[in-house]
Design a protein around this ligand. Sequence first.
Ligand code: AMP
Length: 141
Amino acid sequence: MTAYDPDNIFAKILRGEIPAYKVYEDDDALAFMDVMPQSDGHTLILPKVPSRNILDADPDVVAKVIKVVQKVAKAAVNAFGADGATVMQFNEAPAGQTVFHLHFHVVPRYLGVPLRPHTGKMADAALLSGHADKLKAALAT
Ligand code: AMP
């Protein structure tokens, strides 16, 4: 498999070199809003330890991050009044992965509302920071 690239965009976010709408951080994981959300509240959760995806990750790292995925999913459903949540995770480009640092998507789902397609356009900054504030508040309770 291709080696981990330490200059991928999520590695830069983890090092604080580029900004993100962060909602949760602990010793092992970081969560922030997806800037091209497929639904209101779309959040990404990643381990701090580098790996491209689940295929090269240490199982203990996966075990720790999945607990954060669950925490974020529950908080997001509450924060956004969602009717459910889709959890997604892609491994290598043919499977849909575009950023090669292991991450999980939590996508709140609303009755009768299909997922928005990826347009390649960033969502409005005020909208993303409002969503981050809502989710941070729910995660703090
Ligand atoms: P994938 O690798 O297909 O699982 O998805 C990567 C996700 O990262 C996509 O949903 C993008 O919208 C999202 N994304 C890309 N760049 C950033 C960024 N700088 N901050 C937050 N989300 C991002």
